[in-house]
Design a protein around this ligand. Structure first.
Ligand SMILES: Cc1cc2nc3c(=O)[nH]c(=O)nc-3n(C[C@H](O)[C@H](O)[C@H](O)COP(=O)(O)O)c2cc1C
Length: 196
């Protein structure tokens, strides 16, 4: 089983970095092959330009994007690790989808409508928030973020979401709670590992 971690946080000292490390270590300890795309460290260009936009509809893909797509082809499970920024994902990750999940690679349109092309792939999502669960759930923000990611992107491309775990109130919790949170992350990975 091959695991591709797609990580979007600019600060190597962040809690997201700790989650990313925990995921990487846990999968490696279970003898999975693990690769990581650290979008900020790579200085991934998230901007879909007019050139890309035209190619997007012509199935022509620039070399840097082909390289990213090769990584996705290699992987069985994609693990996304990112913070909530403005009730969604950081722009660099959104741009990764804009530019890498192209028409003809991640999906295509046929006479019957859109068809996901990444049907063999699965996804695991770890998303941190600043706000507590009680502020995000009642106005349905958690559900909206989950729907747009798991259904609007993953499911649209044929990818099965194994789990989408929200880790709430990160800036406000103490060290002890953070340890518990990291343990929960490990438990999710362990559970997935056991199923494979
Ligand atoms: C630009 C920006 C926008 C943010 N928007 C939200 C938001 O909409 N909802 C929320 O709960 N937290 C929001 N936050 C807080 C982050 O989600 C939170 O600080 C982060 O998940 C904590 O993880 P970290 O310590 O690894 O950065 C935002 C933070 C930034 C920098």
């Amino acid at each position: 089983m091959n695991i591709l971690i797609i990580y979007a946080h600019p600060n190597p000292e962040s809690f997201n970095a700790a989650i990313c490390d925990a995921v990487e270590k846990e999968f490696k300890s279970k003898d999975f092959q693990v690769r990581k795309r650290d979008l900020y460290q790579m200085k991934f260009n998230p901007i879909l330009t007019e050139d890309d936009y035209s190619s997007f509809y012509q199935d022509k893909v620039p070399a840097d994007i082909q390289a990213e797509q090769s990584e996705l082809i290699w992987a069985n499970i994609f693990v996304f690790v990112f913070p909530t920024w403005w009730a969604g994902m950081p722009a660099i990750l959104k741009g990764y989808f804009d530019r890498v999940f192209t028409n003809g690679f991640a999906f295509r349109y046929s006479d019957e409508g859109p068809e996901g092309l990444l049907k063999e792939k699965q996804a695991l999502i770890f998303q941190t928030t600043g706000q507590p669960e009680k502020s995000l759930k009642p106005p349905q923000l958690t559900m909206a973020m989950q729907a747009s990611f798991d259904v609007g992107i993953m499911n649209f491309c044929g990818i099965e979401t194994l789990a989408h775990k929200f880790i709430y109130s990160v800036p406000y919790v103490d060290e002890e709670t953070r340890k518990i949170m990291l343990n929960e992350v490990k438990e999710v990975v362990e559970m997935i590992g056991k199923q494979k």
